[in-house]
Design a protein around this ligand. Structure first.
Ligand SMILES: NC(=O)c1ccc[n+]([C@@H]2O[C@H](COP(=O)([O-])OP(=O)(O)OC[C@H]3O[C@@H](n4cnc5c(N)ncnc54)[C@H](O)[C@@H]3O)[C@@H](O)[C@H]2O)c1
Length: 368
């Protein structure tokens, strides 16, 4: 590609402001070329916050714009597929927020469309880019933990019990904590341990969320606020994953308690979001000890980010854009792609089925 990668943001809400736009701003190979959102007032605000760009309320304009190379889709879940398919048809490279969709078959459709059109595709599984997660992955794949046996994750948040807006509508979001949070942990569990072959899952809802923070009424929640699964992996390991937004006392500056560990035949290693530049490790007979993540895992090679700048639990998220732009410039697959998004979706779908039927469910995530 001769000039800069010209990126359009579709969905100018919270996550775009939190890390997608900062990720674009620090990458000299990229430029924020356009912003799309149906909320004109927000578009106005973003011109002020992010600087002047083309702007539109219709994603179809972005899909048809020859001056846009790539898009980042950060809209409510039910809109991801139509926007992605339109942009892929327009020849754009696409990074799409998780959950890609609301059903595996739709995620597979997105994957196949991107593959056939030969555009780069990426699922925004942010936490894969945490330095301690990159290092944990290295330890697993280099044999540093021996044979991986158990995966365990806990995502405990202490959120207010007020309305989640579109996120608590089944038709707009698909599911609650399961699609919002646990799906990230399903993804890195599969990245570390292999594909899940069968799961036994459960979801539950404890809070109606029938008021917004300002006290005005909201349609009550239709989705889960707790989700969990146990699973078997195709490489022989097993896993236990749990997520909740109702863990009182787990606020920790809004980052909550995010813990993921692998117990191998030789050692254990632990990722924690609250300290992403360190990892806990321990061998047989020892107690877990905190060690610094080695320099080469503090960011992907070439990332423009200074790992010593900013809030560590936030700034690694900028590396999502770095990976997306690198894949475009280097003409290679982006990781994690829509294939990873679809595989995680197949598992999340199965959790809902398992919870409903109260039984184990085999995972079929064939993409071909
Ligand atoms: N990867 C992560 O860590 C992470 C974090 C937060 C949110 N997310 C995901 O990002 C997505 C957006 O979440 P958010 O918190 O930014 O939501 P948000 O509600 O703050 O923002 C969504 C924006 O999309 C806009 N929008 C709605 N329909 C649109 C359309 N057809 N075209 C263009 N824009 C449209 C809305 O007006 C709104 O401004 C969700 O899928 C969510 O699951 C991912």
């Amino acid at each position: 590609m001769a000039g800069k990668v010209r990126i359009a943001i579709i969905g100018a809400g919270a996550v775009s402001d939190y890390h997608h736009v900062p990720g674009i701003k620090i990458d000299r190979r990229a430029e924020l070329a356009a912003v799309c959102d149906p909320n004109e007032k927000l578009l106005e605000q973003r011109q002020h916050d992010w600087g002047p760009t083309k702007r539109t309320t219709r994603y179809e304009d972005i899909a048809a714009d020859p001056d846009i190379d790539a898009v980042i889709i950060a809209t409510p879940n039910f809109t991801h597929k139509p926007i992605a398919l339109a942009c892929i048809a327009g020849g754009k490279h696409v990074m799409c927020e998780k959950p890609l969709v609301q059903h595996f078959s739709e995620a597979r459709e997105m994957y196949r469309a991107a593959d056939q059109q030969d555009v780069r595709h990426m699922t925004a599984f942010t936490y894969r880019f945490a330095p301690s997660m990159l290092y944990l992955r290295h330890l697993v794949y280099s044999g540093g933990l021996g044979v991986p046996r158990h995966f365990r994750s806990q995502r405990f948040l202490d959120w207010p019990e007020t309305s989640w807006s579109w996120r608590q509508s089944k038709s707009l979001a698909g599911a609650g904590d399961l699609f919002d949070m646990t799906i990230h942990r399903i993804d890195y569990a599969q990245d570390l341990m292999g594909d899940m072959t069968s799961i036994c899952g459960a979801v539950a809802q404890f809070v109606p969320r029938d008021k917004f923070a300002d006290g005005t009424p909201s349609p009550p929640s239709e989705v889960d606020d707790w989700s969990a699964l146990i699973c078997q992996f195709d490489r022989g390991g097993v896993g236990v994953l749990e997520g909740t937004t109702l863990a009182k006392g787990y606020h920790f500056d809004g980052f909550g308690h995010d813990w993921a560990e692998v117990n191998g035949s030789e050692a254990t290693a632990v990722y924690q979001l609250k300290e992403p530049n360190t990892i806990l490790v321990g061998r047989h007979g020892q107690s877990l000890q905190k060690v610094d993540v080695p320099e080469q895992f503090l960011k992907p090679v070439g990332s423009p980010r200074d790992p010593r700048q900013g809030v560590p639990s936030t700034v690694f998220r900028y590396d999502l854009v770095y990976e997306f732009v690198s894949a475009i410039v280097e003409k290679r697959a982006a990781v994690p792609g829509f294939d990873a998004g679809a595989k995680a979706q197949a598992v999340a779908d199965a959790v809902l089925v398992s919870s409903e039927k109260k039984t184990w469910v085999a995972i079929d995530a064939a993409l071909a």
